[in-house]
Design a protein around this ligand. Structure first.
Ligand SMILES: Cc1cc2nc3c(=O)[nH]c(=O)nc-3n(C[C@H](O)[C@H](O)[C@H](O)COP(=O)(O)OP(=O)(O)OC[C@H]3O[C@@H](n4cnc5c(N)ncnc54)[C@H](O)[C@@H]3O)c2cc1C
Length: 402
């Protein structure tokens, strides 16, 4: 089996440019605003950051070339996104923050030519932002998407949508919504979902409060959204009716991995900060970095970084081959979300009081990476899915052997 982990020259050049841009331009801006993108200026700040990224030749590494991007596949995205993630504002600068990056990916694969023109083109160029509206308050869709309760019913010339969503990232100020709604079946049934596209200023879409979550780095917050007799034309259907859950997988597998790439960059920054600190701070007659228990934390961080990258590489390889990669992305996401949190937590510990202060970026990195163990599927749900596949295969093997 041939294993080639080399990065193509053009991708390496983009990695190097991204590193220079993020560390030279974006990290200082993040530090100046303590990683709070609303405090930095929200959407106006995003536009300025993206202009700078375009000037630096690092904008939209993921978007198709015909929409002004670099057209990178999953494996090539990994090192570039990791460099972007070194700053909490980096993904926004490159237009690869959630949910826009995942939405670009899904629209490129599923939208028809008119929808691509109306939604994908301005999104890929950074002219507008988007939101992906799936999660609902209880008893609606959360970890279990089949609980989907938002309804779309046929109306003259299209569909009428009613329901409420929450935790919708980027909803405040988004240019359009991708709405997951039930078009057949009942909550609890596995099929029957459809995705709809709707401009955010359509009558019947109302953005409610920003839910006050731990993190501060995503433009437009995480909001409640209400669909109240929202009328959309037939042309608003993304793909085909009743295939929404299937399309969600087209988005979610790669989107999980791009989250891993970005947060790995953040974790690496935390580790770098801690290693620099323990290499110079004296204690008990030596550098802290020469004490065994600190060395264990340094080594465990290195191991978590390397293992995350290895699992990511495997999952991206499967995705680039056109495989669903359900198990590989679940394994990589679960491990990475927990490893990244551990890396940042150990880094704080190594820095002592400074680690939890605003003088270093570690406290803010910690608050940003914690929610990753919940969104894109909580760790428990991925473990449940991995175990179901494993035990299912063993049961089938047992049956076949009889
Ligand atoms: C910062 C942030 C941003 C988000 N952005 C978006 C967005 O843009 N669009 C969107 O649609 N949603 C978004 N979400 C919502 C996110 O996808 C959900 O929070 C997630 O799917 C979990 O659903 P829930 O919150 O309803 O938790 P619940 O479904 O209530 O689950 C609660 C807990 O129960 C446990 N659990 C659940 N199922 C199982 C199981 N099978 N076995 C064992 N334990 C289990 C897990 O520990 C889980 O954390 C976001 C969430 C956050 C925190």
């Amino acid at each position: 089996m041939a294993i080639d982990l080399s990065v193509p020259d053009d991708v390496q050049a983009l990695v190097d440019r991204t590193r220079g841009f993020i560390r030279g331009h974006v990290v200082p801006l993040e530090d100046a605003h303590d990683g709070d993108i609303a405090a930095a200026g929200g959407d106006e700040f995003r536009v300025e950051l993206q202009r700078a990224a375009r000037d630096a030749g690092v904008f939209a590494p993921h978007a198709p070339v015909e929409y002004g991007g670099h057209g990178l596949g999953m494996s090539d995205r990994a090192p570039v996104f990791e460099e972007a993630g070194y700053s909490l504002f980096g993904p926004t600068a490159l237009n690869i923050a959630a949910p826009d990056e995942g939405n670009v990916h899904m629209l490129a694969h599923i939208a028809n030519p008119e929808q691509k023109q109306q939604y994908l083109a301005p999104l890929a160029h950074g002219d507008i932002r988007s939101a992906f509206a799936m999660t609902e308050p209880a008893p609606g869709a959360g970890s279990d998407p089949s609980a989907l309760a938002t309804r779309a019913v046929r109306a003259e010339g299209g569909w009428r949508i009613n329901g409420s969503k929450w935790f919708i990232t980027g909803a405040d100020g988004a240019g359009f919504f991708i709405i997951m709604a039930r078009t057949s079946g009942e909550p609890g049934e596995r099929g029957g979902a459809t995705m709809f596209l709707a401009p955010a200023d359509t009558a019947g879409i109302r953005v409610g409060r920003h839910i006050d979550t731990l993190d501060r780095s995503m433009v437009g917050g995480h909001c409640e959204v209400f669909f109240e007799d929202l009328l959309v034309p037939e042309s608003a259907v993304l793909g085909e009716v009743d295939r929404g859950f299937e399309y969600a997988q087209v988005r979610l597998g790669p989107a999980r991995m791009t989250h891993v790439m970005r947060w790995l960059g953040a974790a690496r920054r935390g580790h770098d900060v801690a290693v620099a600190q323990v290499a110079q701070r004296e204690g008990f007659g030596s550098k802290l970095g020469d004490l065994g228990m600190i060395q264990k934390m340094v080594a465990d961080n290195e191991i978590d970084i390397a293992a995350t990258r290895a699992l990511l590489t495997r999952a991206c390889w499967e995705l680039d081959r056109g495989e669903p990669a359900g198990n590989a992305t679940s394994i990589a996401k679960t491990f990475a979300a927990e490893a990244i949190f551990r890396i940042v937590d150990r880094s704080m510990q190594m820095c002592g009081g400074l680690g939890v202060s605003g003088d270093l970026p570690l406290a803010r990195l910690s608050r940003e990476v914690r929610p990753f163990r919940i969104y894109d599927g909580p760790s428990e749900v991925h473990r449940w899915a991995i175990a179901k596949r494993t035990v299912g295969a063993a049961k089938r093997a047992l049956r076949d052997s009889k």
